[in-house]
Design a binder for this molecule. Structure first.
Ligand code: IPE
Ligand code: IPE
Ligand code: MG
Length: 240
């Protein structure tokens, strides 16, 4: 791997937060913020494709977001269904492979079918894997992985549990970005983010543009990832 390729995260994960505040600042309903959030996601996907990022994982709806007002929850479900219909053909053309990560059982049949159709259509694409975490929680993922192993009578080890998680098809995220200024994980990627680098951006998600993404990537490039080792070990020339 070249020195510059090492500086580019292979897998970026994003907590797309701040849509509600973006709308409130403009005296708009919260859903207008979510709708703008879809536009921001489209821009971010394109930017990742252009930069050669292999995997983008985004948090779109958490297990806990069911606790929001019913009107907002149903609005978000509709927005997902509409966005799928509108965006998937272009994503497919751009070589994006879609994966939906989360508890599909909790979703309306029409939404679930739309997700599965998009996954099937884009299954052969190789430029960027886009994982959309919807009805997802890190605790749900760990529990469902453990339950699956237990049902198969398999031993629970780090490796077997990892292989049973919902993101086993991609390497762990190198960089986790949270927009909207909050500095918390909110039940995202609890297992997979064990050694991720974190960037917290004050930008609200609809305002998170290419320049903000590049800033996060530049911050990542300046980090020393030690994985428990010492700085001296990392900097010592490796034997060929
Ligand atoms: C993130 O934006 C999108 C979802 C959680 C669905 P928010 O809706 O949480 O926006 P804020 O945090 O209220 O500004
Ligand atoms: C996290 O944002 C979930 C998504 C972005 C989908 P929230 O806005 O739901 O997080 P909290 O409630 O502020 O922790
Ligand atoms: Mg929020």
């Amino acid at each position: 791997m070249t020195e510059s390729a090492k500086l580019l995260p292979q897998h970026i994960a994003i907590v797309m937060d701040g849509n509600g505040r973006w709308a409130r600042q403009r005296f708009l309903p919260r859903l207008a913020g979510h709708s703008q959030g879809v536009d921001s996601l489209r821009r971010c996907v394109r930017a990742c494709v252009a930069r050669g990022i292999g995997v983008l994982t985004v948090f779109a709806f958490s297990s806990e977001n069911w606790n929001r007002p019913a009107e907002e929850v149903s609005g978000l479900m509709n927005l997902l269904a509409k966005a799928l219909g509108r965006e998937v053909p272009q994503l497919n053309q751009d070589g994006v492979r879609l994966h939906f990560v989360g508890e599909k059982a909790g979703l309306a049949d029409s939404v679930r079918q739309g997700l599965e159709q998009a996954e099937r259509l884009t299954a052969g694409n190789q430029r960027l894997v886009l994982n959309v975490c919807f009805n997802y929680g890190g605790r749900w993922d760990i529990a469902q992985a453990a339950a699956r192993l237990a049902a198969q009578g398999q031993p629970i080890t780090e490796a077997s549990l990892h292989a049973a998680t919902a993101l086993a098809h991609v390497p762990d995220p190198d960089l986790v970005i949270r927009t909207g200024g909050e500095m918390r994980i909110s039940n995202f990627l609890l297992w997979q983010a064990a050694y991720s680098e974190f960037v917290f951006s004050e930008r609200l998600w609809p305002d998170f543009d290419e320049a903000a993404l590049d800033q996060a990537i530049a911050s990542y490039a300046g980090r020393e990832r030690r994985f428990g080792r010492t700085s001296e070990q990392i900097q010592a020339p490796q034997p060929a």
